[in-house]
Design a protein around this ligand. Sequence first.
Ligand code: TYM
Length: 327
Amino acid sequence: MKRVLSGIQPSGKITLGNYIGALKNFVTLQDDYTCNFMVVDLHAITVSQDPADLREQSEAVAALFVAAGIDPNKANVYMQSHVRQHSQLGWILTTLTSMGELERMTQFKDKAAGKESVGAGLFVYPALMAADILIYNADLVPVGEDQKQHLELTRDLAGRFNHRFGEYFTIPEPYIPKVGARIMSLDDASNKMSKSNPNAGSAIYLLDSPADIRKKISRATTDSGREVKFDPANKPEVSNLITIYSQCSGLSVAEVEQRYEGQMYGPFKKDLAEVVVGTLEPIQQRYREIRESGEIRDILRQGAERASEMAEKTLRDVQNVMGFLPE
Ligand code: TYM
């Protein structure tokens, strides 16, 4: 079976953007691939994290994976830090990565912009991400559009390694959804919806109450004009809401447009709020059950055990072809 790997950071509450761009696709892929889905705590600490928050968010994100529909008997769900081989291959790949490549990463540039001091971890972050993927020889990596450049670097690093040490790594393909790969902020459609935006009204979080979801959607910025029309260049805000509607309802963008033809923004936004509530409520219900049952630690332990077996084999092969002495 072909292999899938992806991860989500436990830094802040996960958003509807994370769900539509990534998590929802994890669930779809689990039936046809050997899947590894991680909570990437090692990546989260590339910016400062409060220890209590990190612990809570790590468990919350893992529980949301399962609540969203990932079956831990089909897919491995685990913490990145529990599979230590990621860090080890991460270091090895750092030595194959040039400063220039890392300097060109737009995520690094965005996160470092205006900061007086930037941690080296934030800079070498993409090499660890490449290790996450290559350690399982993943074929497919479901991500949102903002991770595309990191995926390209991963492909380059795999090719570079293969060129120097002999064909070993699979060159992974990104799996980026055609619709919903970049959900935008509710307050400003020129920014992506993000966990780290300090304005809570800019994002819908997966654990938001129905009342909060309704409030946020009713306050979402809309373009001037009144037509519910998908036109990202001229109507970015409404187009973003149509995308969310489409992804949460299963209707195509054209079907959503058709349904609201001749209607104004008001009824459209009201229905959208119900569609989003209807998508998130069952996830929230399962989330509460999973947290209460205390089962998540066992799921994570089992997932890490299975993933470590695959990862250890790759690490040994890599160390061997590079000339490391066996332990
Ligand atoms: P992270 O935690 O920022 O985001 C998790 C996933 O959600 C997607 N995403 C979005 N998709 C659509 N619209 C949005 N507004 C939106 N915001 C986020 C992201 O593209 C991502 O797929 N570096 C990664 C985590 C990572 C990883 C990996 C991913 C670490 N190792 C290996 C894949 C494979 C990150 O920070 O994602």
